[in-house]
Every structure is written in C-alpha cells, then in structure tokens.
Ligand binder design. Structure first.
Ligand SMILES: [Zn+2]
Length: 380
C-alpha cells in the first residue's frame, strides 16, 4: 500500500509504502500512483485517560475481555492506536476485578497488549468534596493506602503506570514518594489542596495535572488556588479535555500559552458512554445523561461525568479554535503523552509497524480524520 501525504511536522510530501503492516519506505513523493491520498500524516493518537466507550466502563464489576475489545476497536476507528485504560474510584474488589481483567486481556493477545501499554488508576485517593470529586462516588473515596495499591498493581501485572490522586489527603505525600520510586507517574487531580501542598506534591515526585481546570470547585480564590499553582508550575505537565464542553476557549488559550510546549497533553477522558446517542444511562451505579449537545453530565448538576468524545474530536476542536497549529495539537495527542509515560514514541519511518493517521485539511474543515492504520492494519 502506498500512502501519499505531507508529514505533519516537516510538511514534506511523502510516499509511505507499507508491506505486511510494516513501513518499508518513506521517501519524497514520486511517480508511482498512490493507493491513498490525504493532506497530512502523523503518528496515531495515544490517550492516557479512556474510561471505556459504547456502554463498557473499565470500572464496571461486569467488565470482561469482550468489552475491552469493543473499546479498543472503537478507539482505533478514531485514530487512537493505544490507550491507558482508566479505572476510577470504586470498591477494592471492583478495582481488583478491573485490573485483573485488563491484565488477562493483555496476556491473551499481544495486539491488545500493544493497544493498552499501561493502565491509569484515577482515584480512589481523591478529595471527597463536591466539585473536586467530580462524578466519582463519594462512598468509595478514601485516603491513600500503599498496601491496597500494591494489590491493584499485582492484579494488573505491574501495568499501572499512572495514578491520579489528591495530595492533601492524609499520607498522600509519602504515598507519592513510594509509587514514584516504583516508577509510577503521579498526577494531581480531583484535589482541593492548598498551593503549598501542590508544591510539596511536585517535590515528592508528581509530574502531571490530570484534566487541569476540571474536577474542581465551581468557585476558587482569585490568587491562592490549586488551579493557578498547577498552571504556573513548569514541573507539571497538564492534560486538558478539549472536547468543547470541559473548558472555555480563553482558558484553553491560557493553558497552552503558559505551559512548556512539551508538557501539554490532550485527553478525551472518554466515559463508558462515549460513542452512544443522547439519553439517560446507568453508569457506576448512578444515572448519567448524554445531552443533545453531547455533554455527559450528572443529572441536575453542572458536573460533567467524563466526555462523550474521542481524541480525534478533541484535536479537531482545538485546531478549529485557531489557538495552536495543527502540528502542535497533534503532538499533544500523539507523542507528548507517550513521552510522559516513558513509552516509546511512534515514528513514521522505515522498519516501524505502521501506526499512522491521515488527515484532510481545508479552510472550512481544518481537521478531518480520513484514514487510520493501526498495528499495520488499515482501519478506515
Ligand atoms: Zn477525572
């Protein structure tokens, strides 16, 4: 198969030739007739926070391998070649079940293993306060417990590489130091910490703010707040949900112009309901609405319960705002999160298994996903 497109960074027009799923040649466009033509090519997306999709939630007691496959397949269609499946605040038993089932899925099939190179535990060690807690279930929020975490880590086969927690909780700073030493990336999120505690968390090893600007109180002190402290920290990468619902345009602009370039990450934070039509659904033992405009909310509250979008939608929205270049937005959703988690970058070069997305771009539609190749297979 010959794909012709401009490289997203260099803009050079290339012919990329794949044989048996492997890139065998990347060269200046020549005289051969390509099979697929599009405007731009980039590495496929990686998303560090996917909670599920199409009615499958990784935090569900009924999670099974077929559900995991369903999520991976829909993610691939959206150009996401790999995800960090994310399990959120729940009982010890449900967390164990989730990580064990994810591990079994990986052990059964090397291609699933490549699609889920590591796992994310978001909670249960987060703030119990309304606002910072977001849609996490209050009855399962608790203080950090390293012995419990080690059991989850064992159930996962040592695949938990990211944990989101609130550093103000009793014992949290010590917990951060321990898991950081274990090689787990620690993210600050769903927190009500003082700025001083945020600084201590960074010293203890935290390197990421999870969905900065969300999972927060509706009202914050104008100067001394966990939001400004995290925004102003050059040590913290920030993931942001640019789905058009979670953050207003001006705030996205402030974040991408403040954070160091290599520390900006897009996540879609897809909920277990992503990809489903509007309506009322049961998720995590509570009711969740998908509104007509695509917002996923806890009924009767202003609080969002994850998103109904995928990473490609988030990149398309950010590009449409005109705040950053297409190249910049793609980096935020491809290799920037891979680098944070110390995963190998995906490269478009000879000898690599093809993991590429092809994008069409014009003035009225600056970002349209056209073709996707994941794990060497043409998905769309
Ligand atoms: Zn969250």
């Amino acid at each position: 198969m010959i794909f012709r497109a401009r490289h997203y960074q260099t803009e050079e027009l290339l012919d990329i030739i794949c044989e048996d799923g492997v890139i065998v040649s990347v060269a200046k466009a020549g005289t051969r007739i390509p099979d697929y033509i599009s405007d731009f090519v980039s590495p496929a997306f990686f998303d560090l926070q996917i909670n599920g999709a199409l009615g499958v939630a990784f935090s569900d007691i009924n999670l099974d391998v077929s559900g995991i496959l369903k999520v991976i397949e829909v993610c691939k269609y959206h150009g996401i070649s790999a995800i960090c499946p994310t399990i959120i605040t729940n009982s010890h038993e449900i967390l164990l079940h989730g990580f064990k089932t994810l591990r079994l899925a990986c052990e059964n099939d090397p291609s699933i293993c490549r699609a889920m190179p590591c796992f994310h535990l978001e909670g249960p060690y987060i703030s119990a306060e309304d606002g910072p807690r977001g849609a996490h279930l209050r009855q399962h929020v608790r203080i950090p417990n390293y012995e419990e975490f080690k059991q989850h880590q064992a159930a996962s086969g040592n695949r938990i590489k990211l944990i989101t927690l609130a550093p103000e909780l009793q014992g949290a700073l010590d917990f951060i130091r321990k898991v950081h030493q274990d090689g787990v990336v620690v993210a600050i999120g769903h927190t009500a910490a003082s700025p001083g505690v945020i600084r201590e968390a960074v010293l203890a090893g935290a390197t990421l703010s999870t969905h900065l600007g969300n999972g927060s109180h509706a009202m914050l002190p104008r100067h001394e707040s966990y939001f400004w402290e995290q925004l102003g920290s050059d040590a913290l990468s920030a993931s942001i949900i640019t789905d058009g619902h979670h953050l207003p345009e001006a705030l996205i602009k402030a974040i991408v112009r403040t954070k160091p370039l290599n520390k900006q990450i897009i996540t879609c934070d897809a909920s277990g309901l992503a990809g489903l039509p509007p309506g009322r659904y049961a998720l995590w033992n509570q009711e969740i609405d998908i509104l007509q405009n695509g917002r996923v909310v806890v009924p009767g509250t202003p609080f969002l319960a994850g998103s109904g979008s995928f990473t490609d939608d988030c990149v398309a929205h950010l590009v449409s705002l005109g705040i950053v270049s297409k190249n910049h937005a793609l980096e935020m959703a491809t290799n920037a999160p891979r680098r944070l988690l110390k995963l190998p970058e995906v490269k478009i070069q000879t000898g690599e298994i093809a993991n590429m997305i092809f994008i069409d771009s014009n003035e009225s539609l600056p970002f349209r996903l056209k073709h996707v190749v994941v794990d060497g297979l043409l998905i769309r």
